[in-house]
Write a protein that binds this ligand. Sequence first.
Ligand code: 5RP
Length: 216
Amino acid sequence: PIHFISTIEPPQTSHLLPTQDELKKIAAYKAVEFVESGMVIGLGTGSTATHAVDRIAELLHQGKLKNIVGIPTSKKTQEQALSLGIPLSDLDKHPILDLAIDGADEVDPYLNLIKGRGGSLLREKMVESTCKKFVVIVDETKLVKNLGGSGDAVPIEVVPFCWKFTETRLRNLFEEKFEVGDEILRLPGVVEHGMFLNMATTVIVAGELGVTMKHK
Ligand code: 5RP
Protein backbone atom coordinates (compact mmCIF):
# COMPACT_ATOMS: atom_id res chain seq x y z
CA PRO A 1 0.00 0.00 0.00
CA ILE A 2 1.08 3.56 -0.68
CA HIS A 3 0.58 6.14 2.05
CA PHE A 4 0.24 9.73 0.99
CA ILE A 5 1.32 12.57 3.19
CA SER A 6 0.60 15.99 1.78
CA THR A 7 2.72 18.46 3.62
CA ILE A 8 1.33 21.32 1.49
CA GLU A 9 4.12 23.76 1.97
CA PRO A 10 3.92 26.44 -0.69
CA PRO A 11 7.30 26.67 -2.39
CA GLN A 12 9.47 29.49 -1.06
CA THR A 13 10.53 31.25 -4.23
CA SER A 14 11.19 34.78 -5.33
CA HIS A 15 8.41 34.87 -7.92
CA LEU A 16 4.81 33.76 -8.07
CA LEU A 17 5.33 30.57 -10.07
CA PRO A 18 8.41 28.50 -9.19
CA THR A 19 10.62 27.42 -12.05
CA GLN A 20 11.13 23.69 -12.68
CA ASP A 21 14.62 23.94 -11.21
CA GLU A 22 13.27 25.60 -8.07
CA LEU A 23 10.79 22.73 -7.69
CA LYS A 24 13.63 20.22 -8.05
CA LYS A 25 15.57 22.06 -5.35
CA ILE A 26 12.58 22.10 -3.01
CA ALA A 27 12.15 18.32 -3.38
CA ALA A 28 15.88 17.78 -2.88
CA TYR A 29 16.05 19.87 0.29
CA LYS A 30 13.05 18.02 1.69
CA ALA A 31 14.78 14.68 1.03
CA VAL A 32 17.92 15.78 2.81
CA GLU A 33 15.81 16.10 5.97
CA PHE A 34 15.97 12.28 6.02
CA VAL A 35 19.78 12.39 6.35
CA GLU A 36 21.18 11.86 9.85
CA SER A 37 24.73 12.06 11.14
CA GLY A 38 26.70 8.85 10.72
CA MET A 39 24.73 7.65 7.69
CA VAL A 40 26.08 6.05 4.54
CA ILE A 41 24.21 7.76 1.71
CA GLY A 42 23.81 6.98 -1.98
CA LEU A 43 24.30 10.19 -3.94
CA GLY A 44 22.16 10.31 -7.07
CA THR A 45 22.81 11.80 -10.48
CA GLY A 46 21.05 14.50 -12.47
CA SER A 47 19.80 18.05 -12.18
CA THR A 48 17.57 17.24 -9.17
CA ALA A 49 20.00 15.06 -7.24
CA THR A 50 22.71 17.69 -7.63
CA HIS A 51 20.71 19.97 -5.30
CA ALA A 52 20.63 17.23 -2.66
CA VAL A 53 24.41 16.81 -2.87
CA ASP A 54 24.86 20.58 -2.49
CA ARG A 55 22.56 20.61 0.53
CA ILE A 56 24.31 17.69 2.24
CA ALA A 57 27.64 19.46 1.80
CA GLU A 58 26.18 22.68 3.17
CA LEU A 59 24.88 20.94 6.31
CA LEU A 60 28.23 19.16 6.75
CA HIS A 61 30.09 22.45 6.62
CA GLN A 62 27.65 24.03 9.05
CA GLY A 63 28.31 21.14 11.46
CA LYS A 64 24.63 20.15 11.40
CA LEU A 65 25.58 16.76 9.89
CA LYS A 66 28.61 14.76 10.94
CA ASN A 67 30.38 11.58 9.81
CA ILE A 68 28.51 11.24 6.55
CA VAL A 69 29.86 8.87 3.92
CA GLY A 70 28.59 9.22 0.35
CA ILE A 71 28.52 6.59 -2.39
CA PRO A 72 28.25 8.43 -5.72
CA THR A 73 26.19 6.95 -8.57
CA SER A 74 28.23 8.51 -11.38
CA LYS A 75 31.58 10.10 -12.11
CA LYS A 76 29.86 13.47 -12.33
CA THR A 77 28.39 13.14 -8.86
CA GLN A 78 31.71 11.84 -7.55
CA GLU A 79 33.41 14.98 -8.87
CA GLN A 80 30.75 17.23 -7.40
CA ALA A 81 30.88 15.55 -3.99
CA LEU A 82 34.69 15.61 -3.90
CA SER A 83 34.77 19.28 -4.84
CA LEU A 84 32.36 20.00 -1.98
CA GLY A 85 34.35 17.97 0.55
CA ILE A 86 31.86 15.13 1.11
CA PRO A 87 33.76 11.99 2.25
CA LEU A 88 33.21 9.18 -0.27
CA SER A 89 33.39 5.41 -0.21
CA ASP A 90 32.15 2.46 -2.26
CA LEU A 91 29.97 -0.64 -2.09
CA ASP A 92 32.93 -2.90 -1.34
CA LYS A 93 33.45 -1.11 1.97
CA HIS A 94 29.78 -0.28 2.59
CA PRO A 95 27.59 -3.00 1.04
CA ILE A 96 24.45 -1.70 2.77
CA LEU A 97 23.47 1.96 2.67
CA ASP A 98 21.20 3.76 5.11
CA LEU A 99 19.65 5.96 2.48
CA ALA A 100 19.90 6.92 -1.18
CA ILE A 101 18.51 10.10 -2.72
CA ASP A 102 18.04 10.37 -6.47
CA GLY A 103 15.87 11.83 -9.20
CA ALA A 104 13.80 9.91 -11.75
CA ASP A 105 12.50 10.37 -15.28
CA GLU A 106 9.07 8.89 -14.61
CA VAL A 107 7.19 7.86 -11.46
CA ASP A 108 4.00 5.78 -11.59
CA PRO A 109 1.28 5.70 -8.88
CA TYR A 110 2.92 2.61 -7.30
CA LEU A 111 6.30 4.38 -7.01
CA ASN A 112 7.86 2.39 -9.84
CA LEU A 113 10.37 4.43 -11.79
CA ILE A 114 12.06 4.93 -15.08
CA LYS A 115 15.58 6.20 -14.60
CA GLY A 116 18.73 6.53 -16.61
CA ARG A 117 17.91 9.16 -19.20
CA GLY A 118 20.77 11.11 -17.64
CA GLY A 119 23.05 8.20 -18.52
CA SER A 120 24.11 6.55 -15.27
CA LEU A 121 21.60 3.78 -14.67
CA LEU A 122 23.86 0.82 -13.86
CA ARG A 123 25.68 2.47 -10.98
CA GLU A 124 22.40 3.96 -9.79
CA LYS A 125 20.70 0.57 -9.74
CA MET A 126 23.62 -1.08 -7.94
CA VAL A 127 23.62 1.55 -5.21
CA GLU A 128 19.86 1.97 -4.91
CA SER A 129 19.13 -1.72 -4.71
CA THR A 130 21.09 -2.04 -1.50
CA CYS A 131 19.83 0.83 0.62
CA LYS A 132 17.43 0.71 3.55
CA LYS A 133 15.55 3.77 2.28
CA PHE A 134 15.44 5.06 -1.27
CA VAL A 135 14.04 8.57 -1.48
CA VAL A 136 13.18 9.76 -4.97
CA ILE A 137 12.91 13.46 -5.70
CA VAL A 138 10.97 14.86 -8.64
CA ASP A 139 9.01 17.83 -9.82
CA GLU A 140 5.43 17.10 -10.76
CA THR A 141 6.15 16.81 -14.50
CA LYS A 142 7.67 13.35 -13.81
CA LEU A 143 4.41 11.79 -12.65
CA VAL A 144 2.82 9.32 -15.12
CA LYS A 145 -0.14 6.94 -14.98
CA ASN A 146 1.93 4.11 -16.48
CA LEU A 147 5.65 3.74 -16.97
CA GLY A 148 6.47 4.85 -20.49
CA GLY A 149 3.64 7.38 -20.25
CA SER A 150 5.89 10.32 -21.03
CA GLY A 151 6.35 8.85 -24.51
CA ASP A 152 10.13 8.77 -24.16
CA ALA A 153 12.17 5.58 -24.49
CA VAL A 154 13.22 3.29 -21.65
CA PRO A 155 17.00 3.59 -21.33
CA ILE A 156 18.87 0.32 -21.76
CA GLU A 157 22.62 0.05 -21.18
CA VAL A 158 24.47 -2.33 -23.51
CA VAL A 159 28.11 -3.26 -23.96
CA PRO A 160 29.81 -1.35 -26.81
CA PHE A 161 30.69 -4.55 -28.71
CA CYS A 162 28.34 -4.77 -31.76
CA TRP A 163 25.82 -2.54 -30.04
CA LYS A 164 23.76 -2.06 -33.23
CA PHE A 165 23.19 -5.81 -33.34
CA THR A 166 21.99 -5.72 -29.73
CA GLU A 167 19.78 -2.74 -30.52
CA THR A 168 18.10 -4.63 -33.37
CA ARG A 169 17.46 -7.64 -31.13
CA LEU A 170 15.99 -5.36 -28.48
CA ARG A 171 13.70 -3.65 -30.99
CA ASN A 172 12.49 -7.06 -32.20
CA LEU A 173 11.80 -8.12 -28.62
CA PHE A 174 9.71 -4.99 -28.02
CA GLU A 175 7.79 -5.68 -31.26
CA GLU A 176 7.04 -9.25 -30.31
CA LYS A 177 5.84 -8.53 -26.80
CA PHE A 178 3.73 -5.81 -25.35
CA GLU A 179 5.36 -6.07 -21.94
CA VAL A 180 9.02 -6.82 -21.43
CA GLY A 181 10.82 -6.62 -18.13
CA ASP A 182 13.75 -8.67 -16.99
CA GLU A 183 13.57 -10.55 -20.27
CA ILE A 184 15.64 -7.66 -21.61
CA LEU A 185 18.43 -8.64 -19.26
CA ARG A 186 18.61 -12.14 -20.70
CA LEU A 187 19.61 -10.76 -24.08
CA PRO A 188 23.39 -11.14 -24.46
CA GLY A 189 25.02 -7.70 -24.64
CA VAL A 190 22.51 -5.99 -22.38
CA VAL A 191 23.92 -4.67 -19.12
CA GLU A 192 20.89 -3.18 -17.36
CA HIS A 193 17.57 -1.45 -18.01
CA GLY A 194 16.12 1.72 -16.58
CA MET A 195 12.97 0.30 -14.99
CA PHE A 196 13.39 0.58 -11.22
CA LEU A 197 10.49 -1.51 -10.01
CA ASN A 198 9.53 -1.75 -6.36
CA MET A 199 12.67 0.02 -5.22
CA ALA A 200 11.63 3.50 -4.09
CA THR A 201 10.46 3.71 -0.48
CA THR A 202 9.51 7.40 -0.62
CA VAL A 203 8.79 9.76 -3.47
CA ILE A 204 8.87 13.50 -2.84
CA VAL A 205 7.03 15.51 -5.47
CA ALA A 206 7.38 19.27 -5.63
CA GLY A 207 4.62 21.07 -7.49
CA GLU A 208 3.33 24.57 -7.80
CA LEU A 209 0.91 24.01 -4.93
CA GLY A 210 3.32 22.38 -2.52
CA VAL A 211 5.30 19.27 -1.65
CA THR A 212 3.74 15.81 -1.54
CA MET A 213 5.36 12.76 -0.02
CA LYS A 214 4.33 9.24 -0.93
CA HIS A 215 5.64 6.40 1.23
CA LYS A 216 5.62 2.68 0.58
C1 5RP B 1 20.24 9.81 -14.36
C2 5RP B 1 18.87 9.65 -13.79
C3 5RP B 1 18.21 10.87 -13.28
O1 5RP B 1 17.86 10.66 -11.95
C4 5RP B 1 16.99 11.16 -14.10
O2 5RP B 1 17.39 11.24 -15.44
C5 5RP B 1 16.35 12.48 -13.67
O3 5RP B 1 17.17 13.54 -14.01
P1 5RP B 1 16.85 15.04 -13.64
O4 5RP B 1 16.86 15.15 -12.15
O5 5RP B 1 17.97 15.82 -14.30
O6 5RP B 1 15.51 15.40 -14.22
O7 5RP B 1 18.31 8.58 -13.72
O8 5RP B 1 20.57 8.76 -15.19
